[in-house]
Design a protein around this ligand. Sequence first.
Ligand code: SF4
Length: 473
Amino acid sequence: MSHASQFEHDSILKTVNLRHRAILQKATGTYDTKVAETKAKFINWNHGREIARQRKWEAINRLDFYLQEFERSTSARGTIVHWAADAARANEIILRLCKARGVRKLVKSKSMVTEEIHLNEFLEEHAITPVETDLGEYIVQLRHETPYHIVTPVMHLTKEDIDLTFHEKLGTPTGSTAEGLAMTARRVLRNEYLTADMGITGANFIVADTGMISITENEGNARLCSSIPRIHVAICGIEKVLPRLDDLALFLPMLAVSGTGQQLTCYNTMIGGPRQAGETDGPEEFHVILLDNGRTNLLADAEQREALHCIRCGACLNGCPIFKNVGGHAYGTTYQGPIGAVITPHLKGLGEWKHLSFASSLCGNCTDVCPVHIDLHHHLLQNRRNAVSAGYSSWIERLNFRMWNSLMQNESAYRVAVVLSRIAQKISRAIGLEGSPIDPVQPWTDKRTLPAIADKTFRDWWDDHKLKMKNEE
Ligand code: SF4
């Protein structure tokens, strides 16, 4: 099945699943309330967005300079920086490190980039055990699922679902409270930190001038992953760079507010290198992997480059009416929702993933809620246009639009077409053809009601009306 057919199939199943929709609506509803309350504490939220947009514009448009500045600054403190052109190279770097250092087990904190490169599956194929330590990611790993949402991996589950998962996978009794479930995960994971040889984290930002990575989290597990094992590897996309440390004063609250409705996320950690002489904490080795994996395709596209400004807060997912109905898994991508629909064609190919850009009402809410003001809904339109220009539309669609174009430019032909369509619709309804499998518009009317074509067009009515007015004068 093609990705487009799979998406359509899964979306239909999810949309008619009322339990799934109720969970999703409750989660996004709670989120909306919290975000609105926290945003209201800003003197001028939109001014903050504009400054954030300008900072990201500066970073992305001088990406080569800032990435090299980051490499210089962090290398000076003993960090080893690796450059990975694609997922295969990034996985190979991690595998090589594991083999050279005898790593059999590693702990991981939440990282969408490791989902993007399918790191866990790759490591398991090479007999290395990755253990997710973010509670949501840990639950997803136990269930052999992919994260449902870029910020909230288990948004689709209730406490009862998680209780059952723990019962089946960890043998705990059912009926635990939320606190009880968290304590169970804590107990299991504490031992994993202490026995792992490597910790892998993502990075929410990398700061060029000080050579630091910044990690934002609510559970403290990323701190444990980056400080207890003897080797710490951080992997992130090249677009995560910020020019200056000062920029975090704006980006950390923007991320927290848009991501979870918090004023500031609980733990914000900056790491600038491995343990230094005289320090008691930290890993012996610190590696940073800077991943391209299609991002430079986006960078080369001046029209859509700003999609690299994304700070992965998830706000556009939560605000999207399509996501609110079909949920995260239906997309079949690492990055879901509007931002996923914009960037996935660049990262994985327009031909296979163009359909995501059509899964939008184009209401523009994604653009409105984005803290760095990415013009998401216009980028969806640009993807649609690019797909057509590249010849990815079907012959029937092209034929339809050609006919429509001709009709719209020829008044007589348009009038004839309206009359013929009206007659065809009446016959079709009279003989019960409408909505049947041989009805040519059935795929469209399957989910919608086609209105009856009016007996009189507006132009005809207007002509009659003018005549009537004239006669009355
Ligand atoms: S596009 Fe904007 S709203 Fe969507 S995840 Fe990225 S930063 Fe957040």
